[in-house]
Design a protein around this ligand. Structure first.
Ligand code: AMP
Ligand code: MG
Length: 536
């Protein structure tokens, strides 16, 4: 087995302060060899990244580098590519993979774990913020099961760009620091249809205050290892929820309640921007309420609550856009069951999780009010206004992002019921033939009602609120795929260009109009643009 040298990386990362609390405070797997196994009684296994042939930095997030206190001159050094490609370990790092389980598509899957993620260490930056650095695709770990621990450029580009895009959209998310090509090829059968091919290997460095998932707790409860369960819960509360106070039964309940609220808030953001996660398994649910594990996710083009981007999910559509809140609720119930042994009373847990739909409803109403530019959501009038709009948006293929963005600027005083659909909204329609006189009159009728509803709101404030709620730029599925196509030919410019545009998703960027356009017709059924698989 090849070994990574623990060489000090001179001049790089030496200003960073590592404080590896997870490995210091939680039980470790005593086995130090790297082979696949069931790991009992431990939260993690120490494991080193597998060295790669020719690490080359493709792109990095300057905001993330700055947050971590890594100067740009360091980012452009070869040593940076070596560390974040997995070839070298900087002083102070203590690499490990976490043990977790999870429910996949509603079924308990037992031990999963960091099969291709290796945490390098935890940084506490100048402001005192804790950030865990994690390589995704840096080789096998004890949790890799039958897979190789690697990642391909296609999936790394999607993870890198989407994490940063979501951050700039104001959606709670894990972050990405860098994307490094390994100089090696990785074989993938993209659609599991017997057509494996070689793809460029790559490694993303993800960053988050914590990568702990619901599944990290579930695994110990499933094994009746309540001692480690309690250690991990107490650790999480003390590290990431210190405001809740010292661990106790009441603290556990308050903690669970906060997770429910954060999760509701995250899902409302997904609904706002048209994001479909695609694999909301309990091992992909962050304990901090962050969007985590960017796999076969997708962005709504035409507003279709039944859409799922994940080919594996095409049958049951469990993870479809409009079902995400219910799934989050189901996942939270599983988390409640995982922490039950620490509380030993069903009612208080039930009470907490039963409140989830109310948290989501409240977050959703605030979000919808923002999308329509309403100072506040008034159920009596707005429930019907919104549900009628949703019906209209589904009666012809209508681009959700363009419709809401442009709605702010429609001249509401000029709407007549027998007139055409306002030009600004026409841009949102995918199929010319679907813009019938009947559709036009329904849209215009709705606009008249909307105009009435907002007549008492200041117009400037309405437009301003809508413009900071409804992004102009999202990571459209086909744009990510075009960037990948080019990158696979060695041209990385579109990745950087997209990153740049997506840094300011709410601003009109004159030179970047084309990135805000509807999906072109050629992309309607193209793999990667309209359907994704878990193979990554
Ligand atoms: P996901 O569907 O990406 O959430 O992954 C589910 C489980 O499979 C997790 O335990 C992952 O670490 C593991 N996994 C996914 N892809 C790979 C891979 N290429 N090599 C090893 N483990 C993987
Ligand atoms: Mg996962």
């Amino acid at each position: 087995m090849r070994r990574t040298q623990r060489t000090q990386v001179v001049g790089l990362l030496d200003t960073l302060e590592f404080d590896n609390r997870f490995t210091r405070e939680l039980p470790a797997d005593p086995e130090s060899e790297n082979f696949r196994r069931q790991v009992m009684g431990a939260c993690y296994s120490r494991v080193l990244p597998t060295p790669v042939a020719r690490p080359e930095l493709v792109v990095h997030s300057r905001e993330m580098a700055e947050e971590l206190g890594i100067p740009e001159s360091d980012v452009s050094s070869q040593a940076f590519a070596e560390v974040f490609g997995g070839n070298r370990i900087a002083d102070g790092m203590d690499p490990f993979a976490m043990c977790y389980g999870g429910h996949q598509f509603g079924n308990w899957a037992a031990q999963l774990g960091d099969g291709r993620a290796i945490n390098l260490g935890e940084i506490v930056n100048a402001e005192g913020h804790r950030w865990v650095l994690q390589l995704k695709g840096a080789g096998p770990t004890p949790y890799s099961r039958t897979a190789d621990g690697l990642a391909v450029l296609r999936s790394s580009v999607r993870e890198f760009l989407c994490s940063e895009a979501m951050h700039h959209l104001g959606v709670p998310t894990t972050r990405a620091l860098s994307l490094v090509l390994t100089g090696e090829q990785v074989v993938r059968d993209m659609f599991y249809d017997g057509n494996p091919k070689e793809e460029p290997g790559s490694v993303v460095c993800r960053v988050s205050p914590s990568f702990i998932r619901f599944g990290n707790f579930q695994i110990f409860t499933s094994r009746e290892d309540f001692d480690v369960l309690r250690q991990l819960v107490d650790y999480t509360i003390e590290t990431d929820f210190p405001h809740l106070g010292a661990p106790s039964k009441d603290t556990y309940l308050a903690w669970y309640d906060e997770i429910c609220r954060r999760t509701a808030d995250m899902i409302a953001h997904w609904m706002r921007v048209g994001f479909v996660h695609g694999v909301m398994n309990t091992d992909n649910m962050s304990i901090l309420g962050l969007t985590i594990d960017y796999g076969p996710y997708g962005w709504l083009e035409n507003f279709d609550p039944d859409w799922t981007p994940n080919t594996t999910d095409a049958g049951g559509k469990r993870y479809r856009f409009g079902h995400q809140s219910q799934i989050a609720h189901w996942n939270l119930v599983q988390l409640g069951q995982a922490i039950y042994p620490l509380i030993e009373e069903v009612e208080p847990l039930q009470e907490v999780v039963n409140a989830y739909p109310r948290h989501f409803e409240a977050a959703w109403q605030t979000m919808m009010a923002g999308k329509l530019g309403l100072g506040s959501y008034v159920r009596k009038t707005d429930d019907e206004l919104v549900s009628d709009l949703h019906t209209i948006l589904q009666s012809a293929e209508t681009d959700m992002t363009i419709f809401y963005r442009n709605l702010a600027r429609v001249e509401l005083s000029e709407i007549t019921c027998d007139g055409p659909i306002p030009e600004l909204l026409r841009e949102a329609y995918y199929v010319e033939d679907q813009i019938t006189p009947d559709l036009a009159s329904r849209v215009n009728l709705w606009l008249r009602r909307y105009a009435d509803r907002v007549s008492s709101e200041g117009n400037e404030a309405r437009v301003e609120l809508m413009h900071r709620t409804n992004p102009k730029y999202v990571l459209r599925n086909y744009l990510a795929q075009l960037a990948i196509d080019k990158a696979e030919e060695g041209d990385h410019t579109m990745i950087s260009e997209l990153l740049e545009v997506l840094r300011r998703p709410y601003d009109d960027q004159a030179a970047m109009e084309s990135y805000a356009e509807r999906r072109p017709d050629w992309a309607r059924h193209r793999p990667g643009c309209s359907m994704l698989s878990c193979s990554s």
